[in-house]
Design a protein around this ligand. Sequence first.
Ligand SMILES: [Zn+2]
Length: 353
Amino acid sequence: MGGHLVVFTCADCGAELTAPLSQIALPAHTYQSVFHELLPVLMESGTYALNPWPSGPPFRSWEEVGEEEAASRGVYAPVHSLSYGPTGTVSVAPGDIRGTVWIPDQCDGYCIGLDGRDGPNLACAQCGRAVATRVDDCALWQVVWLEPQAVRPIVVDAPRPVLGWEELQKVLPERPPLESQGWWSPVWEAATAVALAHLLAVSEGVRVTVPDGLLADVFRRALDTLLPPEPPAKSLALAGPGLSSTVADIELVPLHPQTGEIWASDAEAVVPLAADVWMYLAFNDSRRLLPAMRRLPEGVYRDDPLPLLPSRLFHHDRYVFLGTLERLPEVRQPWLRAIYDDLRDRRTYDLFW
Ligand SMILES: [Zn+2]
């Protein structure tokens, strides 16, 4: 990953189908569904990512597939159906697509846009081969998925260096946890849902303690609800580049956005978190304090501007959480499987959307 700039071309006729793109890790919020919101574009312009898992039609039901075969395909808990579509579909920003035309019969969706339910809805303009699926329905991140068998990546420049963590800190876009009006960012709700699933998997079912602050706002309520209250307990702490080393049982470390690699740590257990969210947790201090005036005593400070405060408690994205948990072998442990079943079948917890 992160290596060359590539242009994806039509496998049949060689026509260029994208702008030059460099690879990044598939974002945690790729398959998130956010109510009836019109969401922005998933991929930053100039990037692409590969889905390592099968996706799209055909689907086979859980009953038909069975537990053993599902496990051989990396799914360890019951799901409604499994995709038997291709692995390695390529996500691209719609604005980076070139030389395609709609396939009008395939342009269905659930609401005001396209959700790709019928398979590819874009064809190569030069030869007519179905090459990609545009998704832009409300509630879904806008993206074009290139069919892996229908396209070829052509390298268009020399290898590019993988950025070090220090450089990344400078160039990664700021990802604040709160949006206007105090709504929690859906990107945070998805990234932390992935981390929460991994956290439970490495917790071995014992209490996990979280240091005060934003980390506690995001994880403590879920961990206190889903894990037993009594000792023994494991401690959780942020660890990673630029932080002084801590001693914690479980370390929350960043996932490199170009390579998808987990930051190397000696900890007994590590939990990966999307780098932009991790960076904010590790380094952001957005409070500006000014000396208070107007008859207040010297040494009293006030926030300027007032900090944005959340309009409600933090919730993790249920769908992203379940989608992560079902791919972790640890979900076969009875206690974790019970959490999975409760959430999947009865939506019992108030911790998730
Ligand atoms: Zn073509």
